[in-house]
Design a binder for this molecule. Structure first.
Ligand code: IFM
Length: 436
């Protein structure tokens, strides 16, 4: 791989609800995803994260896999409801102790922890009080950030506030595919602003609590292609999904297209609170999307599937590495040359364990190769790209798709919980260990 600088951070990513399981262990409180999975209509295979990869019990084995891969870094999320079962008030020592054990074990294996505070599993206790639709939740999030900072800040060098808050807003509150399953444009605006506010408040708390730590946020950005000559639909989706979180965090403004709609929720000085200096920006990137204006949805716009002749993954996501290159250059040009880490990139594939006990995943290997080549071209083009985290370490609970979509570089045989590295694991291992 050309152009990759010496100290480039190679890593893998996961998230709490998708892998941990043990949802009733050691005082963990219920989350909106536990509740959402109780309705059989919400998850394609009627499953849940109740067991998932049983990582809560098996984390030592999983850390050895990360070590064997040669990854320097591991991005994981803490489950807020393990730390504060209700999302406010009482702190649960057993939950914090779990993350201490995890982080200690990473450090013993020379793997740098990247801790994300919010990967979607909001405590149900807070949802009962209005969830992210309530401004108060932003202040509760800052308290939680401080608790994590105080307890883990001496061990963790990198903190991320949110993972993909745009997905929480749009899929959770606009289209209703994710927890808490709402379909309301008003809710999307409230949630967008309160997640942004929570980010800003948490950054300033963490700056005081862990002054040495590097702080950032993670947004998923999928460029919108105007495929149907519907520039209004494309611009709206772009504003809601790609700009409504990056612009406030990195420029201190909302995109013009939504500034009036969101203004009901924005109080004086909020944008100043949100626009905090950051040490890095985390980009999650998988695909490119096509929008269609539609009055059937609360948001007035929906995402449409790419036509069949377009290369796409089994999940129906277009494969278009050129758009990663374009996205990285656009970030550089629009937001200044802030250090960028690709905090997620990867694909679902129809993986099968063969009779020899091997999992061959040539589509995923090709995907990683082509996206990494695009990233390396962007570095050559002057983008300040400092690292790359593959999604995901292992197959896991893929939200509304349950266990029907596998994104891991390690195959998980869920009935036995056996982990089997796929060919893509060995492909990345060579790159991570600088052997290609
Ligand atoms: O599994 C998810 C992850 O939780 C957030 N980013 C996209 C991944 C694949 O859908």
């Amino acid at each position: 791989m050309n152009n990759i600088p010496e100290n480039f951070v190679w890593g893998v990513s996961t998230s709490s609800y998708q892998i941990e399981g043990s949802v009733e262990t050691d005082g963990r409180g219920k989350t909106i995803w536990d509740t959402f999975c109780e309705n059989p209509k919400n998850i394609i295979d009627q499953s849940s994260g109740a067991v998932a990869c049983d990582h809560y019990q098996r984390y030592p084995e999983d850390i050895l896999l990360i070590k064997d891969l040669g990854a320097k870094a591991y991005r994981f999320s803490t489950a807020w409801s393990r730390v504060q079962p209700e999302g406010f008030g009482k702190v649960n020592k057993a939950g914090i102790d779990f993350y201490k054990r995890l982080v200690d074990s990473l450090l013993e294996n020379n793997i740098e922890p990247w801790l994300c505070l919010n990967h979607w599993d909001l405590p149900q206790g807070l949802e009962n009080l209005g969830g992210w639709r309530s401004r108060d939740t932003a202040f509760r999030f800052a308290e939680y950030a401080e608790i994590i900072g105080k307890n883990l800040g001496d061990l963790v060098p990198n903190f991320i506030t949110h993972n993909e808050p745009n997905v929480v807003a749009l899929l959770g509150h606009g289209w209703g595919w994710h927890a808490p399953g709402m379909q309301s444009a008003d809710a999307v605006m409230a949630v967008t602003h309160h997640l942004n506010l929570a980010h800003g408040l948490a950054v300033s708390r963490l700056r005081n609590t862990v002054p040495e730590a590097k702080l950032g946020t993670v947004i998923t950005m999928q460029p919108v292609i105007d495929w149907e000559n519907d520039p209004d639909g494309s611009a709206r989706l772009d504003a809601l999904s790609n700009r409504a979180f990056t612009d406030p965090a990195l420029l201190g403004t909302y995109p013009d297209l939504i500034s009036e709609e969101i203004s009901d929720f924005v109080q004086e000085d909020d944008l100043r609170t949100i626009h905090q200096p950051l040490d890095f920006f985390g980009l999650n990137h998988y695909t490119t999307v096509r929008a269609r204006s539609s009055q059937d949805t609360a948001l007035g716009v929906k995402i449409i599937q790419p036509p069949l002749e377009i290369p796409q993954t089994v999940k129906g996501w277009e494969i278009n590495p050129e758009m990663l290159y374009q996205q990285l250059l656009e970030l550089k040009n629009r937001y200044g040359n802030l250090p960028i880490y690709i905090t997620e990139n990867g694909c679902a594939a129809p993986d099968k364990l063969d009779s020899a006990g091997r999992v061959s995943d040539p589509d995923r290997v090709a995907y990683f190769r082509d996206y990494l080549l695009a990233a390396s071209r962007a570095i050559k083009g002057g983008v300040n790209l400092k690292g790359y985290f593959a999604w995901s370490l292992m197959d896991n609970f893929e939200w509304a798709d349950g266990y029907t979509q596998r994104f891991g570089i390690v195959y998980v045989d869920f009935p036995t919980q056996k982990r089997i590295p796929k060919d893509s694991f060995y492909f990345l291992k060579k790159i991570f260990q600088n052997k290609t």
